[in-house]
Ligand binder design. Structure first.
Ligand code: HAM
Length: 438
């Protein structure tokens, strides 16, 4: 038997509904903030991720799925969405669109060769959003509010927004100098990974998975202490707007994030829920004012975030979150050979009218067909045998009330539609049919 690749998993039909419900909320909230969807390829030139996420990050050094294709091009399965969005914005000149800022979101699979565990897969899904074109701190605050609105819409509690600032280039250079001065005499006490990171990109020492809690790193200088005057004003602008919007936050001076492209604001969303296990960080993001320029585009600032969708679904497992019950409008029980063709015609007619209809495809006995109708949560059970064909009628049973009536074939559609509209079935207003009526 061929089995799935380690770190991947199937989303089976019993699970897809909750994914669709999550996607539905993502689309609705994105619409509220007036973001438009962008879809980019799941593989890109490897160079794109090396130059954006950063050569010295764990993601690029240890986690990318790289291969050369049959034309000997080096390609990488995307480990995240920001680099692809930026590549697309440059290639398609969206920076020149009169509609600015460009407000884009995406939903899709990402690939990282990590050690799989609960909430951490090698193929996982992100919902991400990027706002490109504006330097204003109002956009940073807007992105955090957008992320929080999604969690509110999903009723996920116990969320903390952790926020920090790395500042502009000037601040980052000043901080780097401070960090090097501090780490130089102590670096031999840290792991070999830290020592090689120190040589190339000292900031990356701070997110070493082995030594991140060591007293040396805990006491290290913080980026906030090296902010330039302009960077301080920007950060204060973000905080003021968050406060005005009623978004609570905690300043985490040690937060640096694991990707190289950030400038100014960085943030993470943590949920304190038992079902998340060790993976409490459900999302993160920040500003990246230099990335577009560094990828050969114009000077074009940006800010964004991404959520892990598996982690959002794990968080939802902590709350009482009844999924809308699955149902169909009608199940057609067919008895006898002669009824088959007529049944196909009836089903076609009902479906063209927008009704969800299914039938038996095994020639099961009557009782087994009733069972199947129940399994599918059919609101109406339609019974057609040779007798009914002869009289051009259908026996219709209302699954909830048990009332059975004989209806003329020509009146069937109208009868079911009226019945659906008038009856409150077992969904308590939760199913799509009821929601549509509201
Ligand atoms: P990130 O922090 O690397 O940021 O990933 C965002 C979220 O994706 C994480 O908070 C986590 O929930 C989820 N995630 C990451 N790796 C895995 C995994 N192996 N399994 C399951 N979930 C995972 C980014 O990717 C940036 N592109 C975010 C961003 C957008 N910054 C600016 N714009």
């Amino acid at each position: 038997m061929i089995t799935k690749i380690k770190g991947t998993y199937d989303i089976l039909p019993s699970e897809t509904r909750k994914w669709q419900e999550l996607e539905e909320v993502i689309f609705q909230v994105s619409r509220l903030y007036n973001f438009k969807e962008i879809r980019t390829p799941i593989f890109e030139a490897s160079e794109l991720f090396h130059r954006s996420v950063g050569e010295t990050t764990d993601i690029v050094k240890k986690e990318t799925y790289d291969f050369s294709d049959r034309g000997n091009r080096l390609v990488t399965l995307r480990p995240e969405g920001t680099a692809s969005v930026v590549r697309s914005v440059i290639e398609n000149k969206l920076f020149a669109d009169p509609n600015q800022p460009q407000k884009l979101y995406y939903v899709g699979p990402m690939f990282r060769y990590e050690r799989p565990q609960k909430g951490r897969q090698r193929q996982f899904h992100q919902f991400g959003a990027e706002a490109l074109g504006s330097y204003s701190p109002a956009v940073d605050a807007e992105m955090i509010a957008y992320a929080i609105t999604l969690l509110k819409a999903l009723r996920i509690p116990k969320v903390t927004v952790k926020i920090n600032s790395l500042g502009d280039q000037e601040s980052k250079e000043a901080y780097r100098a401070e960090l090097v001065k501090y780490l130089e005499p102590k670096i031999s006490e840290l792991c070999s990974d830290c020592q090689s990171r120190f040589q190339v990109n000292p900031l990356r020492v701070l997110d070493c998975k082995i030594d991140k809690d060591s007293p040396i790193l805990v006491a290290a200088p913080k980026p906030l202490d090296s902010l330039s005057p302009l960077a301080k004003i920007h950060f204060q602008g973000v905080l003021d707007r968050l406060q005005a919007m009623g978004v609570d936050y905690v300043i985490d001076k040690s937060l640096v994030r694991g990707l190289d492209y950030y400038t100014h604001t960085v943030f993470e969303l943590e949920a304190d829920l038992p079902t998340l296990g060790a993976q409490a960080t459900i999302g993160g993001g920040g500003r990246y004012n230099d990335l577009v320029k560094n990828l050969d585009g114009p000077d074009y600032p940006a800010v964004g975030f991404a959520f892990g969708m598996e982690r959002i679904l794990l968080a939802l497992d902590s709350i009482d979150n009844p999924s809308k019950p699955d149902y169909i409008h009608a199940f057609l029980i067919v008895l006898g050979q002669r009824s088959q063709a007529k049944a196909a015609e009836v089903m076609m007619r009902l479906r063209h009218g927008g009704l969800i209809v299914d039938t038996d495809f095994f020639g099961r006995p009557l009782k087994a067909q009733f069972k199947q109708a129940q399994r599918q949560n059919a609101m109406y059970i339609l019974i057609m045998g040779d007798d009914e064909i002869e009289k051009d009628v259908v026996n219709v049973k209302n699954a909830k009330t048990g009332v059975q009536e004989t209806i003329k074939s020509a009146d069937l559609y109208q009868y079911i539609v009226q019945g659906i509209q008038s009856q409150s079935h077992s969904c308590n207003g939760q199913c799509e049919s009821c929601a549509d009526e509201c």
